[in-house]
Design a protein around this ligand. Structure first.
Ligand SMILES: [Mg+2]
Length: 255
């Protein structure tokens, strides 16, 4: 085949994401709990007259009233109530935080502001990813020969990473309200790269969200996953993204 473009999933394709998400999830929630407690304490000291001259009864810490599991549950509930938003994790998170903060007793504008600040913290931690060692050189080399795009269902903005310079096109599928396996993010990437599915390869670790939808569109698919299933024509298994150059050589020669 004459390969023109390569699209990449990000999480668990270019870096190992499990540890990042755990640190991000617990880290931003703990930050919110501590920063909010400090802010409330300072407000009570500043304006005791608002509370009749006596300190109000402490409401208890936010994370005691709403432990992390309550936040996870609220996001799931919101995703069920707003199916179109189910892939827009940033929206779900911000909305869930604002609701819980409101129920904790914050006025609407304070709840929104603290949800926003917690999300800024979340996004900062979310971007502390460590790409696999080979990835930067790999993308640099591939970028000289092919047009590259990233397609993620997650909320990493690839432009915030050093790796972002390799991707002239970056598709945030969840925010398009069409998360993979929906074909639209693939088609959007290919349209912007100016190429056809038959001239493109998609690389990703999810069978359902990467390999199958790319294959259905007539793209070649490099699936990073275990050797545990029959592969239909057009899906090629890799153990690691570092094996991609060999696959590309093979595709260009024999497909
Ligand atoms: Mg992935």
């Amino acid at each position: 085949m004459r390969l023109e473009a390569i699209t990449f999933d990000l999480d668990d394709t270019l870096w190992e994401n499990r540890g990042v998400m755990q640190r991000t999830e617990t880290g931003h929630y703990a930050w919110l709990d501590a920063a909010l407690a400090e802010w409330m304490e300072a407000r009570m000291e500043e304006a005791p007259e608002e509370h009749g001259g006596a300190p109000p009864a402490a409401p208890g810490r936010f994370a005691e009233r709403f432990p992390l599991e309550a936040f996870v549950e609220r996001r799931a509930r919101l995703a069920r109530a707003h199916p179109l938003r189910r892939g827009d994790f940033t929206w779900l998170r911000r909305r869930a935080l604002a609701e819980l903060l409101g129920e904790y007793g914050l006025a609407g504008h304070h709840a929104d502001r603290w949800a926003e600040r917690a999300m800024e913290r979340f996004m900062a931690l979310r971007h502390e990813v460590t790409p696999h060692d080979e990835v930067d050189d790999l993308l640099h080399e591939l970028g000289r020969r092919y047009r590259l795009a990233s397609i993620t269902n997650g909320n990493v903005e690839v432009a915030r990473l050093a790796l972002g310079r390799h991707f002239p096109v970056a598709i945030a599928a969840g925010e398009l309200l069409a998360p993979k396996p929906d074909p639209r993010p693939f088609l959007a990437a290919l349209a912007r790269l100016g190429t056809a599915p038959s001239r493109a390869l998609h690389v990703g670790d999810s069978w359902e969200e990467d390999a199958l939808p790319a294959c259905r569109l007539g793209m070649q698919a490099a699936w990073i996953g275990p050797d545990d299933r029959h592969l239909p024509a057009g899906i090629h298994r890799l153990d690691h993204v570092r094996e991609l150059p060999e696959l590309i050589t093979w595709l260009e020669k024999y497909q």
